[in-house]
Every structure is written in C-alpha cells, then in structure tokens.
Design a protein around this ligand. Sequence first.
Ligand SMILES: O=C(O)CCC(=O)CC(=O)O
Length: 382
Amino acid sequence: MTTPRRLLHHRIEGPAEAPVVVLGPSLGTSLHVWDGIVPAIARAYRLVRFDLPGHGASAPELVKAGASVDDLAALVLELADHLGIGTFAYAGVSLGGAIGGHLAVHHPQRLSALALICSSARFGEPEAWQARAALVRGEGTKQLADSAHARWFTPGFDGPEAAELTADQRNTDPAAYAACCDALATFDLRDQLPRITAPTLVVAGREDKATPPPHARALADGIRSATLLELPGAAHLAPVEQPDAVAEAVLRLLPPTLSPGMRARRAVLGDAHVDRAIARTTDFTVTFQDFITRYAWGEIWTRQSLDRATRSCITLTALVAGGHHDELAMHVRAALRNGLTAQQIGEVLLQTAVYCGVPAANSAFAIAQQVLDQDDSQGVDT
Ligand SMILES: O=C(O)CCC(=O)CC(=O)O
C-alpha cells in the first residue's frame, strides 16, 4: 500500500481488532528501531509504527525549518485519524518519546498508556541542537552517521541492526533532520509533566549518553503515574540493544487484551451476541464456552489461509447439512458481518440444495430469510 504524501510513512502489524499501540522512532533512525520488540507485542496488539518526516520513507516536506514537537505530534494525530484510531497506547524513543509526552499533556483523551524510552522532558540546551541543525543544513548527515554508533549503542554492540540504523541516519533528509533538531531545541515539558495522567513507563539505558538516566528519573519524578526501569547493557537505543526487556516492560504497561479466540468470536458474531452468551454462562456450561472460544475461534477462525467470508460459506453449508437451525441463523448474521451479501448467502444455500438435499435447503432459505428481514429492520450489529 502506498502512503499518501501528506501522511507519515507507517507500517501496521498485529491483529485487526486488537488495541492499538503507536510506536514513534528517534531522531536519525526509522521504524526499524522497533524491529526487535515488534514480534512480542504484535501477537496481541495492533502496532502502527511510523517514520519521522524525511526519515525512512516519510516525505521530508512534512516538516519545515523551525518545526516544533507540536507539529510532529499533529502529524501523528493526522495519521491516527486517517486510520480511524481514536484512543491508542503510545511508545516512543527519544524524540519519539517527546511526541508521546506532548500528546499525553495536550491530547490526554487520545492516550491509554505512554512509554517514554531513552527520552527526556528537555533535551539539553537549545544551542547544541541549533548547532547540530546548522551543521546538517550545511554539510549533510555524513558526520552524524559516522558518529552514530558511539551516540546510540554501547561500545561492544555490533549487531546488523546497528549498521542498518546507522545507514538510516546517513540517508535521512538533511533539511527534515535539521527541522527535527529545531523541534528538540524548543521542547520543554518539565513544568507540564504533572498534567500527564496516562499510565506511564519510563525506560532509561544505563549507558545512554544522549539522554542519560537522570533525564528518565526527572520524567518519572514529574509524572504521577510513572514507573521507571533502568536497563544495564543499553545506551540510547534500548529497544535495539535490550529488546526482550523493553518488550516485557511495555507489555506490562499495556491494557490487557482479549484472547485471539475471543477477539475473533466478537468480530464474527458481534459483541451483543457474545455478551449474551457470556451472561448465560453457568458453572455447568463454562468449560464448553471456554472450549469453543479457544478451539473454534482461537484455533480455526483465526487462521490466515482462508478469509472470513470463505469460512462463512463453509460454515453455512455444514450447518445446512447437519440441520443445525439455531446455529444457521446465527451464522447467517455472521456471514453478513464477514462481508457476504444477501445474494451471495442465497448462492451458498442454492448450492446446498444440490449437495445437502432440497428439503434441507428449503428450511435454510426460510431461516435465512427471517434473519435478513430482521437485519433490514435492525442492522447487522443488533
Ligand atoms: O542522535 C543522537 O545524537 C541522539 C539525539 C537525541 O537525543 C534525540 C533522539 O534520539 O531522538
């Protein structure tokens, strides 16, 4: 999928119905800064990771000289709005974290949780960022790329990730990189930290020279809802050097999710139906409810090789063949939710007349007609 130019370039991973976590990268890197922690988190959460303007594959024109963190946060909100995401958890490294802190202060209703990783409420004196912006505007990013390893990683760290991220720094658009330095120069969230109410995780790399641990302690001291994790064996890009520890801490922060089976069951049968089924559960039926959620929905309906509309065609046929009329009605509703039209459902039932017998199909048409009549008057979600 090509991202329209006005949006930040992004990548989406994880189950469609899962709660969303937006991941913001650091200055000079790309969305690959998250590669090490994505597999663990994308099992249960929908991840949206983006590139900063002029970094990775995001257009440099998205940011102008003199930009602020407010401008960058607006781009993130624009992306979330475009993707139809209302509330989301947010994790950011360094400048990516500054964007998260800004969102937590100014748009608290959008954030369910916040992870500030190797970040700060104020990234040192503005003059240093102004000087770096001037250097890059004049000479490009070569000098910064040459020193990137020493700024980002502990001396012994030599994985391929380090080379790839250093290449990201080299390929960053100089004007956009300098504009991001402008944003860091004016960023100061220190007085506003008490306004952050989202549950917050602050992570420090013990050997981080860019945002050393006292920056993380200041964040954790200023944010009432914060917990602090200081990681040995990590410098500025802790998610790259210590991906397991960072992933584990982020997972502890995130709101609990539904199991994959319950997510699929709710997506196909609808919340109202599943809520009713749960409310009717007794000590006698609880093991069966658990079994179908884990087995039918968690093991089969979640498989990727067939889409849900195709699975609905198969299920309808099987229910007609078995004469399971209550389940058939339920699965006609599910088929509509899975995107089959009334006409396509009619085609499936017509074919069952050949393979399951005309009387079975006759009953099925009557049952489906009742559901379609209700659906016309009540809508598919009722
Ligand atoms: O590349 C660096 O020197 C670190 C810059 C910084 O602290 C801001 C960031 O990484 O986003």
